[in-house]
Design a protein around this ligand. Structure first.
Ligand SMILES: Cc1ncc(COP(=O)(O)O)c(C=O)c1O
Length: 456
């Protein structure tokens, strides 16, 4: 029985609850909140009362819902997450990595990987994905380079990578998985942006079908669920023990998971897997593809199309930086993008992307390009970050909580950073706590940072 049906059935019992949450399923709602979202949202917000299940050790309706999801995704085991992919990534790391274990990580990772390093005490070995200067983005993992990194570090326990990247670029997961197996390492794929792949084959192939051990999906990014709902899956052939994952999740997540989120996770998966859901997704993908084709006809505009997830519309306009394009879209047309970099702008689409929205974007871009707006750069020079992987002097866990002082960035060369500088763009950590600051970092950061925290 689905979570929605379970709650509906339970409501008919008309039980009198002296339990948390104390809003009594909407008997109390702060007036402003009630005005904004009404009481219905509260009406399905329960705790682990008699007859309900417990997400920390599910044996009833939540276990059934997770098992159904695992069947749909062809996973060995699926966990529902109400703390986002962030919690899934941290839990995956805590479950399989122990203090001083070596872990190979593609540097374009989400900051939750850093959190996992602090908590697990694992030792990171960084690897850079291929960089595309024309679009200022990171693309796939070079397989020879991966093989070389493994051959130099044979005791690596796991490889963590992001696929697709924020911008939708994809790597060859089957071959990466084969390399990981050859070196006895687990493959953890942050597939936060690929939650729709299971339901539309033209978008991409989930790492679950390509030999990954652990895969994490954010359902709120493209799949149309509430923030911050997500899934953690164990691959069918993997030896990762579900009990270890559950234990790690219980260490870092709330003991009061949100039932509105849980039911939304359950019903989103069920709907996307239904005939109607698949039709709706196909229609959405068709509309996005139609827009992509018509954008290609616009002079001076380019759309990134290089083996990428088509829901990520990455564009650039001639003679304009991504930041300038982003500003015009926002200020003149009221269109807000997901992110911008030196060269391009990313527009994220998904289940809620209507034809009307796409039309508005198309019209704005036609007008913008035909007016041939030429921004006079305000004395700003193109600033591309050519990443150098800094030397890790101390692991993130070792420097956590250590004393630091803030110094003029000009004098920080060779000092140990105590800052996590990982903003978008460039979507790659520039420096992590414990890493040695180099001249290149200072040059790149100097016009946006005057001081930096360093280890004393
Ligand atoms: C690649 C990637 N992984 C993980 C996350 C974290 O996802 P969540 O917001 O579901 O915690 C994000 C969020 O932006 C992301 O872009």
């Amino acid at each position: 029985m689905s979570i929605v049906n379970f709650i509906e059935k339970f409501r008919k019992e008309k039980r009198t609850l002296f339990t948390t949450p104390s809003h009594g399923q909407g008997d109390f709602v702060a007036p402003e909140t009630a005005k904004m979202i009404g009481r219905r949202f509260f009406s399905c917000d329960y705790s682990e009362i008699e007859g309900f299940d417990n997400l920390a050790r599910p044996i009833g309706m939540l276990r059934n819902a997770q098992d159904t999801a695992a069947r749909i995704y062809d996973a060995k085991f699926t966990f529902f997450l109400t703390n986002g992919s962030t919690s899934g990534i941290v839990a995956a790391m805590l479950a399989v990595l122990h203090r001083s274990d070596k872990v190979l990580i593609a540097r374009n990772c989400h900051r939750s990987v850093y959190n996992g390093l602090v908590l697990s005490g694992a030792v990171p070995i960084w690897l850079l994905p291929q960089y595309n200067q024309e679009w200022d983005i990171y693309e796939s993992i070079n397989l020879d380079y991966l093989e070389e990194m493994f051959s130099k570090n044979k005791d690596v326990k796991a490889f963590i990578m992001t696929n697709p990247t924020y911008e939708g670029a994809m790597s060859d997961i089957s071959r990466i998985s084969a390399i990981c197996k050859k070196y006895n390492a687990l493959l953890i794929v942050d597939e936060a942006h690929g939650a729709l792949w299971n339901f539309h084959k033209s978008l991409g192939t989930t790492a679950l079908l390509q030999g990954a051990d652990i895969v994490v999906h954010s359902l709120h990014k493209t799949a149309g669920a509430l923030n911050p709902s997500a899934l953690l899956h164990i691959g069918k052939e993997s030896d990762v023990n579900p009990k270890d994952i559950q234990q790690a999740l219980n260490l870092i997540t709330t003991t009061s998971p949100s039932y509105p989120l849980l039911l939304n996770i359950d019903s989103t998966i069920e709907y996307l897997n239904s005939q109607q859901g698949q039709q709706e997704l196909s229609e959405t993908v068709k509309n996005i593809n139609r827009l992509r084709r018509s954008l290609r006809e616009i002079p001076n505009l380019e759309v990134y199309s290089n083996n990428n997830d088509v829901t990520k519309i990455l564009i650039k306009v001639a003679n304009m930086s991504g930041f300038e394009l982003s500003d015009i879209l926002f200020e003149k047309y009221g269109i807000e993008d997901e992110l911008a970099n030196e060269k391009s702008v990313l527009l994220l689409t998904g289940m809620g992307t209507t034809k009307v929205k796409l039309k508005k974007l198309e019209k704005a871009l036609i007008e913008l390009c035909s007016e041939n707006i030429r921004i006079i750069p305000e004395n700003r020079q193109e600033k591309i970050f050519f990443p150098v992987i800094p030397r890790v002097r101390y692991t993130p866990a070792l420097v956590w909580g250590r004393n630091f002082k803030e110094i003029d960035i000009k004098y920080s060369i060779a000092r140990v950073s105590m800052e996590l500088i990982m903003d978008y763009p460039p979507g790659i950590p520039i420096l992590l706590p414990g890493e040695v600051i180099r001249k290149e970092h200072i040059e790149f950061l100097s016009d946006r940072k005057k001081t930096i925290k360093v280890l004393v």
